[in-house]
Unconditional design. Structure first.
Length: 175
């Protein structure tokens, strides 16, 4: 995780601003637009029960993901989303709001992922992204590496998942 702004009190102490939009749209967003220390909050996406179950039946068929009756008898006390389903929803929000549509060159790693609280049917998820580092590549100066810390929050503002994200992003200007 980045050192920094991930609590409201820390934001206030450090004088950090939280943004909901970039200065540039995704269609004109390049490496130079990812500014370290910037914090963004995006989205809203609902964890739909039918989609959760469909996903889990295919990829993570544990009782607490696929069977609401059996899930009541587990430690979770009810149906919860697969962590990978939560990660997929987070990725959708990242692509819709954070990733450049013209300069993204993918990611060399999925980074560390942690699931901190269960996501339940009907939960509304948002993202908080802090840009930790933006470093131009020395070997390929037409691009840079952007490292960010991503938090997924539910409608109660509880962090349900964290992820370290690394992106390769093409530069607007080559030195």
């Amino acid at each position: 995780m980045c050192a920094g702004c991930f609590s409201l009190s820390a934001w206030r102490r450090r004088g950090c601003d939280m943004n909901t939009t970039f200065g540039k749209p995704a269609s004109d967003r390049y490496f130079e637009d990812y500014i370290p220390g910037s914090v963004y909050e995006f989205g809203s996406i609902r964890a739909e029960e039918e989609e959760m179950i469909e996903f889990a039946k295919r990829y993570d068929p544990q009782a607490f993901h696929v069977d609401s009756v059996a899930a009541r008898k587990t430690a979770f006390g009810g149906l919860i989303a697969s962590g990978w389903f939560t990660a997929a929803l987070a990725m959708r929000l990242l692509v819709d709001h954070y990733v450049s549509s013209v300069a993204s060159m993918g990611s060399p790693t999925a980074g560390e992922v942690s699931w901190l609280k269960p996501v339940r049917p009907g939960d509304e998820l948002t993202l908080r992204v802090e840009i930790c580092e933006a470093r131009r590549s020395e070997s390929k100066p037409d691009r840079g590496v952007v490292r960010a810390s991503v938090e997924v929050l539910n409608q109660h503002r509880e962090v349900v998942m964290t992820r370290d994200a690394v992106s390769i992003v093409r530069s607007r200007i080559s030195p």
